[in-house]
Design a protein around this ligand. Structure first.
Ligand SMILES: [Zn+2]
Length: 279
């Protein structure tokens, strides 16, 4: 099956009133497990790589992206490639060449005016290369923290400001702060579903939920019903991956049995979450 663009997958899911899950890849075994889980579920999926993961791969974006492109091309379900949480210009510039069809331009940590101005400039650049752009308004906390914070207090995306931001920047999808937080290892986040619905009514582009690993399954279903389209999931996979790895590690030198267990645990988690998100 040919690689499809993130925009096609997000657009199709939004049109059908369903969610599309985007899973964070760190190692090749993550990606193989994600595709296996998607094939089992019979649903499309987005493979996404964050700037932090590019740094983990010695700052090289292309080797992993090439592997993901090959994996996606041979998958039995539609697979899109997305560059997640990209903060630096070098990544924005090289994303298309590496094979990504969309980029999250992460300036959500900047004050509003600077976030809007930088995002607008970069969006113009990326659109010229045929890429779709996701941006964030209202910082979704928890990124880069080792300790999972239960609830990121206070920060919420304002619907009026969100509509103005989308109009000013021309972005294709908007990540919103509605109660989730990155890096949560328990499903205890409480989402403001009324705010999700208000944002859906105010904003013309698909909404993205980050930090979805911390959201209970039923709440995730409700969030999609309320208007979330793209659902980003990273930590839940890493919990499954490292848990299985730890359990399967032995004194033997061959890394394949524990990595195989990790990959299978990722596939199981993905198949389950796609059923939750995909309706
Ligand atoms: Zn995120």
């Amino acid at each position: 099956m040919p690689l499809v663009t993130t925009a096609e997958l997000v657009g199709d899911a939004g049109w059908r009133g369903r969610g599309i899950a985007a899973f964070n890849v760190i190692t090749l075994e993550h990606a193989e497990g994600i595709v296996a889980g998607a094939q089992r579920s019979g649903r499309p999926v987005i493979l996404q790589v964050s700037e932090n993961t590019v740094k983990f791969h010695a700052g090289q974006m292309r080797p992993l992206a090439a592997a993901l492109t090959a994996l996606a091309s041979e998958a039995a379900v539609p697979v899109g490639l997305h560059l997640d949480h990209a903060e630096t210009a070098a990544l924005w510039h090289d994303a298309a060449m590496a094979g990504y069809s969309s980029v999250m331009v992460d300036c959500g940590w900047l004050p509003y005016e600077q976030n809007a101005a930088t995002t607008a400039d970069v969006t113009e650049l990326l659109h010229a290369q045929g890429l779709a752009v996701e941006a964030e308004l209202g910082h979704v906390g928890g990124k880069d923290t080792q300790v999972a914070s239960a609830h990121e207090p206070g920060v919420r995306t304002d619907p009026v400001q969100a509509a103005a931001f989308v109009a000013a920047t021309g972005v294709d999808a908007l990540a919103v702060a509605v109660g989730s937080s990155h890096a949560m290892t328990t499903q205890t986040a409480e989402l403001d579903l009324e705010l999700v619905a208000a944002l859906r009514d105010a904003v013309q582009v698909p909404l993205v939920l980050h930090g979805s690993s911390g959201v209970p399954d039923d709440t995730l279903r409700d969030a999609v019903r309320a208007g979330i389209v793209k659902v980003n999931i990273g930590t839940a996979l890493n919990v499954a991956y490292t848990g299985a790895l730890r359990e399967a590690l032995s004194a033997k030198a061959d890394p394949r049995p524990p990595l195989n267990a990790a990959r299978t645990a990722v596939a199981d988690t993905v198949a389950h979450l796609l059923d939750v998100v995909g309706g």
